[in-house]
Structures are given as C-alpha cells and as structure tokens.
Design a binder for this molecule. Sequence first.
Ligand code: HEC
Ligand code: HEC
Ligand code: HEC
Ligand code: HEC
Ligand code: HEC
Length: 490
Amino acid sequence: MRSLLKPLVLGCLLLMVVAVAGATASGGSSVFHVDRDFFKLYPSLMVYEKNSASFTEPETCAGCHPQQYEEWHGSLHSLAFIDPVYQGEYNKAVKAVGSGIARHCASCHTPAATVTGEVKSPGVSGLSAVAKAGVSCDICHSVSSLHHCKTPSKEPQNGSLALRPGEDGKDGPVLVKRGPHAPAEGCGGGFHDCKQTDFHPKADLCASCHQVYHYDKHYPLEATYLEWKHSPYAQKDIHCQDCHMVGHDTFVKSADSMTKPQRSEYRHYFNGANYLLYFLASEAAKKAGDKEQAARLMKQYDMAVKRLQKAAEIEISPQYREGRLAEVKVRVKNIRAGHNLPTSLTNVRQMWLELRVKDEKGRLVMTSGAIGKDGRLPADVRKFSSDGMGSDMHFAIDPWVVTAFSSHETIPPKGYKDAWFGVQVPKTSRKVTVEAVLRYRQADQKVAEALLGAVPKDIDLARDYGISKVPTLPVVDMARKQVVLPSTAN
Ligand code: HEC
Ligand code: HEC
Ligand code: HEC
Ligand code: HEC
Ligand code: HEC
C-alpha cells in the first residue's frame, strides 16, 4: 500500500509544480487575467498618467474653495490614511504578506502618495501634506478616466481609475481639475483649468474604491458599489452623491422620494456610519489643541449616528402553534441605505438583534443577543453580517486571508430579512411584551483591541489620542420596536 501511494503523491506534487509555474507565466489565473503592462502598480489597479503636473495639498484648494474644504476636512476621506485602525491593519498586512501588498491597501487610503511612490510602508511621520490628506480634493478632481472594464473581475475594483493632475504646458505644468459642470469663463481662477466629465456626478467615480477585492484571488470583500448597482436606487438614478454628499434631511428625502437633490444642496461631508473613527479623531484634535477640528468631527459623529438611525425599520409579528404563542417573527427592513445593510466591511462591522420578552408581571421570559461581560456577542446571536473564511475554509477575518464568505446575511436595499425567535410563555400569563432592538458597532471588542494594538511605532495612542486602553466600543441602537402580544391565538 505504502509503496503504491508514494509515486502517486509524487506525481501530484509534480503536477502542482507545473501548474504553479504555468500560472505565474501567464500572470495569474485564467479566470482573473491581469494585464500587468497596463496595471503597472498591481496589485493596485490605479493608473498614474504621469507628466510634469504634480498633486496639490487640500490647504491650497481651501484658499479658493473654503466651503468644500471645511466640509471635507471633518470627513473620513480626510482621515483615510492617518486612521489608526487602518494603520494597525496595514501594519499587520505588510508583516503577514510582505511589502508586495502595501500598494494595494495604500492606493485607496492615500492614492496620490502611492502612485508617486512616496508611501511604501506603514507609518505617518515625515510624510507630505498630500500623503497625510488621504482621499483629498486632488484625488477625486484629478480622476481623468475609469478602467472598470479592464480589471480582472471586469467590474470596478481596487482603485481602477486613472489619476492625471494636469498637463505639460508650453511654460511648465498646467493643472487641470475635473468636475461635474461645464466650465464657466474664468473657472480655476488662474490656478487651474477646468474640465467636465460625465462620471463626477455618478456612482462610477466612487466605484473603484468602494469595491474592495482580495488583492490576489479577486474575491469581493467589500461590494458597496455592486450592491447599489443592482438596487432600485440605481434604476431611479439615485447615486452615492445623492445620499452621501448632502446634509441629513436631504439624504432622507433622496432615499424616501427617490428624487435628486437640488444643485445647491450638494456638500462634501461624505458622511457614513463610522462614528467611532470621528470620535477617535476628535479626541486627537482636542489633544492637539485644535478645538475647531474637534467640533467638525463631532458634527460628523452626530450625523453618522442620525444616519444609522434612519436606515432601518423593525416589524414584529406573532406565530401561534396549537393556539399558543410559539414564536415571534422580527422583520428588519433596509429602508434608506442605497446598498446592503450593513455594507462594505460586513465581516467586521456588527449589526444584530437584541430581543427581550417579558410576561404580564414584567418578569423576563427570554432574551437574545445581549453583549456578554467580555464584550462579545453570544454565539447564537441573530446578526446581519458576514463570516469570512480563508482558502482552507476556516473562519478568518484579515482581508489578505479571507477569500470567501461562509455566511452573508446583509439586507438588500428596500428589502428585508426575517429572524424567528422561539418563545415559551408561562401558562399563567395572558400576554407578553416583546421588545426588539437593532444594534450596531464597528467591530467586536477583541478585534478592535487587536487592530489598535498593532499600530506602527510612530503612532502613540496615549500621546496622540489620549487613550491608554481601548474603551468599550460604543453601540448605536438603529431601530427599536415594542409590541404586546396575547399568549393565545383567540
Ligand atoms: C471623494 C471624492 C471627492 C473629494 C475628496 C472632493 N470632491 Fe469636490 N466634488 C466631488 C463630486 C462628486 C462633486 C460633484 C457633486 C455634485 O454633483 O455637485 C464635487 C464638486 C466639487 C466642486 C464644484 C462645486 C460643488 O461644490 O458642487 C468643487 C469646487 C469641488 N468639488 C472642490 C473640492 C475641494 C476643494 C475638495 C477638497 C477640500 C474636494 N472637492 C474634495 C468629489 C470629491
Ligand atoms: C479598493 C479600495 C481599498 C483597498 C484596496 C483597501 N481598502 Fe481599506 N477601506 C476602503 C474603504 C472604502 C473603507 C471604508 C469602509 C467602511 O467604513 O464602511 C475601508 C476601510 C478600512 C478599514 C476600517 C477602518 C476603520 O476605521 O474602521 C481598515 C482597517 C482597512 N480599510 C484596512 C485596509 C487594509 C489593511 C488594506 C490592504 C490589505 C485595505 N484596507 C485595502 C477601501 C480600500
Ligand atoms: C486661485 C483660486 C483657486 C484655487 C487655488 C483652486 N481653485 Fe478650483 N476653482 C476656482 C474657481 C474660480 C472656480 C470656478 C468657480 C467655482 O466653481 O467655484 C473653480 C472651480 C473648480 C471646480 C469646479 C469644476 C466644476 O465642474 O464645476 C473644481 C472641481 C475645482 N475648482 C477643484 C479645485 C481643486 C481640487 C483645487 C486644489 C487642487 C482647486 N480647485 C484650487 C479657483 C481656484
Ligand atoms: C480613492 C478612493 C476613494 C474614492 C474615489 C472614494 N472613496 Fe469613499 N472612502 C475611501 C476610503 C479609503 C474610506 C475609508 C476611510 C477609513 O475608514 O479609514 C472611504 C470612506 C467613505 C465613507 C465613510 C464610510 C463610513 O464608514 O462612515 C463614505 C460615506 C464614502 N467614502 C463615500 C464616497 C463617495 C460618495 C464617493 C464618490 C463621490 C467616494 N466615497 C469616493 C476611498 C474612496
Ligand atoms: C439612498 C441613500 C444611499 C445611497 C444611494 C448610498 N448610500 Fe451609503 N449609506 C446610506 C445609509 C443610510 C448608510 C448608513 C447605514 C449603513 O451602514 O449601511 C450608508 C452607509 C455607507 C457606508 C458605511 C457603511 C458601514 O456600515 O461602515 C459607506 C462606505 C457607504 N454608505 C458608501 C456608499 C457608496 C459608495 C454608495 C454608492 C455606490 C452609496 N453609499 C450609496 C445611504 C445611501
């Protein structure tokens, strides 16, 4: 038996060696072909159309566009690179995979400094203002074209846009800023020329960064753009900008009436759901003595919490069996997110149902989904998120390991998901009170602690953020519903 096995095993090994060599020679798998001559910065799919024009830091744009600067400055785009949670994970990625993955992460979190080669590794010290500004003015307004169809997945992916901050002019570089409008006379005030594109008012501009694929296996880890593309919002011409580049009330109107905001309503807030990061950044601003910036960030914090509290709705209905209440059905509806709820880092973000059932005397009959003393959710929690798995089909969380989801329970736009809970009502009770709460937090407590514990040496959480220990992560209650149900059917 042994002697028979050996040559067989050897044969497989030989075949594998040949297969691996073949794959490398053709530049990846035959399913996900990568054009390495075109995507020179691979695994990033960003294209740099290099000439003598260079990138400008946002503070210079602020001189003539103070309002846009004021709004953007408190946004997550302005924090995308200095974000300590990002820096912690980026540091772990480079340690685990090697420097080959650095460009992949950094091209979305600080595009200009990545394509110019300034940022090559984790850390924030000694870098230019453009590098630290993350997704700044001169990223979006230097996007000259999109390469969504040429990517390995044939969808927008991993930064598949082209950056071109300007042109070679007769007397030196000429800056060209691209935007949604036909340029008026004098556009650019002598500092830059203006060009109109058809994609600046559309989701296409946001798509390549908000579709994050595994750097090598091309599995969609964050699929916000595709979720939107396949939603009723896309069909009604309601784009990312119509909810994320407007104030709170306008976002609610866009989502409810599916009508576009007025031209004058657009703002550069890019407000989303990550209230934790606004909070951390505002602590850092306070520590640095910048009260104005701390206030901007707390304004965004409030907006994010309010946005989360507009996203969903809960309905509760009883299920009777043999005349007695046996189960409650809790329906969670995604009423105002233009993509699945939650979206993007669905295997890290946590959204779950907490249920409390009380009898007539107010005694607890059952509970589900309460956070444990260790900060963890119970194993049987009804959550609406994903579990990642690696190529060994085991649970994994890091984006360089996750190549598939073993479960994916997010709620589609304008759609719903149901959760059932078994209830045993004491014979003595004629009715029960059921309370369901939809809760959200950025991550599991231990995951957050691990990421913040991995920040590169030049970030000191105590010195820069005034935190010596990762605090208990705040939870936002997105929606709440309470009903009284009779314990018998009639
Ligand atoms: C994430 C991409 C992004 C970033 C970052 C960004 N913008 Fe914009 N900007 C847009 C989009 C999209 C529009 C068009 C919005 C609309 O439909 O009116 C726009 C519009 C504009 C306009 C046209 C007038 C208006 O407000 O509609 C100006 C001027 C402008 N941006 C300047 C800036 C400046 C200055 C910064 C940095 C402080 C900046 N932008 C950062 C995407 C961006
Ligand atoms: C294609 C663009 C893209 C690439 C590539 C990318 N990211 Fe991100 N990343 C994003 C976007 C967009 C978000 C925001 C998602 C959200 O907040 O819902 C994000 C969020 C994050 C967060 C959460 C930050 C927080 O404060 O909660 C971490 C951590 C992170 N990225 C790390 C990485 C690492 C490490 C890599 C490389 C292995 C990477 N990213 C590659 C676009 C990208
Ligand atoms: C010297 C002043 C000045 C500076 C500096 C400046 N701009 Fe402008 N920009 C203008 C003027 C004037 C207009 C036309 C009126 C308007 O839209 O505000 C304009 C228009 C724009 C537009 C609108 C295009 C459209 O579609 O309507 C964008 C986008 C833009 N600028 C981006 C930028 C960015 C990004 C920077 C920094 C890299 C910058 N500007 C720096 C003066 C300036
Ligand atoms: C160059 C890449 C890039 C482009 C283009 C881009 N984003 Fe982002 N965006 C990011 C990254 C990276 C983050 C996350 C930063 C972090 O958490 O550290 C982010 C964060 C956000 C958030 C906050 C998410 C949260 O959890 O609160 C919103 C909302 C958002 N982007 C909307 C947009 C919209 C709308 C557009 C198009 C007009 C756009 N983005 C274009 C890279 C990009
Ligand atoms: C109809 C309004 C609407 C549209 C359109 C929309 N969003 Fe959102 N978005 C929301 C709401 C509400 C939330 C908060 C709930 C949530 O986290 O999903 C949100 C959250 C987010 C977040 C943070 C997710 C998280 O939980 O960390 C990102 C990133 C984001 N949106 C990006 C986008 C992008 C990119 C597009 C376009 C492809 C887009 N959104 C289109 C309403 C919208």
